[in-house]
Design a protein around this ligand. Structure first.
Ligand code: FAD
Length: 426
C-alpha cells in the first residue's frame, strides 16, 4: 500500500511507494529483498531528523510486538522490536523487572529508541542501548541473524546504535533490573545557583536533570532516588498548562522583554515543589501534547554549564519567540561505536521550538555553540552534521561503517539522507 508518512512534529514528511507492516521475520525478510528501495524502518516516528524518510518503502513493526521470553534469574527479557515503551513497562513490571532508566516519554518503539541512542538522565545510567544483551536482526540481504554480547561483543557495540541502516531488529534481549520504586522531587531555583552547583547537584542523585525556563532566570530541578517508602500520589502534571502560560506571555509581550521577564518570574515563583514516591513505571514519562521541533547535543559533562550559559544568552538576546524550557541531563559513558556517549560522561542540552514556526534560524544559531564545546548531536534530533564532520567525533566510525557494509552490501537500507549522514556513495 502506498501512502504518506509524517513524523511526530510534522516537520518530516514522506510519500513512499509502499508502507508495510510485516507480521513476522519471514514477511520482513521478503520485504527487504523485494520491496521498492530504499527500505527504511520506522518505530513510532518520534525522531526530528529524516531518518525514516523514504521514497521506496517504510516498514512499520507495529505487528511485531510483545514479550518473547524472559529469564527471572538473569533479569533479562526478550521482546519484539516493535514493542512500544509504554506497553513494555507493563510487560516488565508483570515479570518483576524494570528498565533502569527512561527518557521523557514512553511512546517510542524499543527498536526506534535503540536506533538513535535514546536516553534519560543520571551520571551512572546509560542510554537504552546499554541494556542490550542480544539482538535478532534481518540484514540488508534479508537474512535473519542473531548476535549476542557473549558471542560477539563488537557486533553488539556496532549494531546497538545503528539508525536502521545495519539491518532491521526483529527481537532484542534486554538486561533489566528488579522492579523498583523512586522518590521524585522537583523544585524551582535561581539559575545562578543551578550554574554554581551544577556538578554537585547533577551528581548527588541517581537521576537528576533540570529545565531552564527562558526569560525567567530560573531553573526547575528534578531529582529521583531509589526508595522503599509507601507510594504516594503522583501530582497532576502541569507541564502543558505551564507551556500555555509561557506561550501567551511570549505572544503578548515578545517586544516588552522587561515586563515579560517580570511576569514569567512571578509565574515561576508560584510553581509548587513536588515530592512523591511511585513504582518506576509511574515516574519517568510525561504526556507531551504541544508539538515542537528539537535539537539536542551531547557534550563533555564539564562543558555543559558554559555551553548552556551561551545558549541562554543567545536565546534571550536574539530569539524572543522561544518559550520552551531547555532540558539538561547527564548520561553515563558507554562503549557503543555510534553512541554519542561513547567513552565520555555526558551533559545533554536540548532546545525546543514551537512546531508551528520555522525552527531553523534558532537551531542554526545555537548549533555552533554546541559544536565549539565538542558536542555530538542526538541522532534523532535536528542537526546539520554530515559524514565528514561526524567521522571526527566517533573514534570507531570506520569500524562501524565496515560492519554496516557487511550487513547491507547492496545499500538496500540507505536513503539519500542516510547516504549523506554516513558518507555512502550510491
Ligand atoms: C515528545 C518527544 C520526546 C522525546 N524524548 C526523548 C528523551 O527523553 N530522550 C531521548 O534521547 N530522545 C527523546 N526523543 C527522541 C526519540 O526518543 C528518538 O528520536 C527515538 O529514536 C524515537 O523512537 P521511535 O520509536 O519513534 O523511532 P523512529 O523515530 O521511528 O526511528 C528512529 C530510528 O530508529 C530506526 N529503527 C526503528 N525501528 C527499528 C528496528 N526495529 N530496527 C532497526 N532500526 C530501527 C529507524 O530507522 C530510525 O533510524 C523524544 C522525541 C519526542 C517527539
Amino acid at each position: 500500500m502506498s501512502g504518506t508518512w509524517s513524523n511526530w512534529s510534522g516537520y518530516v514528511t514522506a510519500a513512499p511507494r509502499l508502507v508495510a507492516s510485516p507480521a513476522d521475520v519471514g514477511e520482513l525478510s521478503d520485504l527487504i529483498q523485494t520491496a521498492p528501495g530504499p527500505v527504511r524502518v520506522s518505530g513510532a516516528g518520534h525522531s526530528f531528523t529524516p531518518l525514516v524518510k523514504s521514497q521506496g518503502t517504510i516498514v512499520s513493526l507495529d505487528k511485531m510486538e510483545g514479550l518473547v521470553s524472559h529469564d527471572a534469574e538473569k533479569r533479562q527479557a526478550r521482546v519484539r522490536a516493535g514493542t512500544r515503551l509504554g506497553p513494555l513497562m507493563h510487560i516488565l513490571q508483570n515479570i518483576g523487572q524494570g528498565l533502569p532508566n527512561m527518557g521523557d516519554i514512553d511512546r517510542q518503539a524499543i527498536g526506534g529508541a535503540l536506533g538513535t541512542a535514546t536516553h534519560g538522565s543520571g551520571p551512572t545510567l546509560g542510554a537504552y542501548h546499554t541494556q542490550l544483551e542480544a539482538v535478532r536482526l534481518v540484514d540488508g540481504l534479508g537474512k535473519s541473524r542473531e548476535f549476542s554480547r557473549a558471542g560477539d561483543q563488537d557486533a553488539i557495540h556496532a549494531i546497538g546504535v545503528a539508525l536502521g541502516a545495519f539491518g532491521i531488529l526483529s527481537e532484542v534481549t534486554l538486561n533489566n533490573i528488579a522492579s523498583y520504586r523512586l522518590r521524585r522531587r522537583k523544585w524551582v531555583l535561581p539559575w545562578a545557583d543551578m550554574l554554581r552547583n551544577f556538578e554537585t547537584m547533577m551528581s548527588a542523585h541517581r537521576s537528576a536533570e533540570f529545565y531552564y525556563i527562558p526569560f525567567s532566570g530560573h531553573a526547575q530541578f528534578i531529582a529521583s532516588d531509589l526508595s522503599d517508602a509507601t507510594p504516594t500520589a503522583r501530582p497532576l502534571e502541569e507541564d502543558e498548562a505551564g507551556l500555555r502560560t509561557l506561550r501567551s506571555l511570549r505572544t503578548g509581550l515578545a517586544w516588552l522583554p522587561a515586563l515579560r521577564r517580570r511576569l514569567i518570574r512571578g509565574a515561576v515563583a508560584k510553581v509548587p515543589a513536588e515530592d512523591y514516591v511511585q513504582d518506576w513505571l509511574n515516574v519517568y514519562a510525561s504526556d507531551r501534547q504541544t508539538r515542537f521541533n528539537e535539537m539536542e547535543y551531547h557534550l563533555p559533562f564539564e562543558e555543559g554549564p558554559k555551553a548552556l550559559a551561551e545558549v541562554i544568552e543567545l536565546t534571550e538576546r536574539h530569539f524572543p519567540e522561544v518559550y520552551f524550557p531547555m532540558e539538561v541531563r547527564s548520561v553515563a559513558p558507554d562503549q557503543f561505536w555510534l553512541s554519542p556517549f561513547h567513552n565520555r560522561l555526558t551533559c545533554s542540552i536540548a532546545i525546543h521550538h514551537d512546531a508551528a514556526n520555522d525552527p531553523l534560524p534558532f537551531m542554526r544559531a545555537a548549533e555552533p555553540i554546541f559544536r565549539r564545546y565538542g558536542g555530538r548531536p542526538h541522532w534523532g534530533k535536528m542537526h546539520s552534521l554530515r559524514a565528514a564532520e561526524l567521522k571526527k567525533l566517533y573514534p570507531r566510525w570506520d569500524d562501524a561503517m565496515a560492519v554496516r557494509r557487511d550487513l547491507d552490501p547492496q545499500n538496500r537500507l540507505v536513503s539519500p539522507y542516510m547516504a549523506e549522514l554516513f558518507g555512502i556513495e550510491q
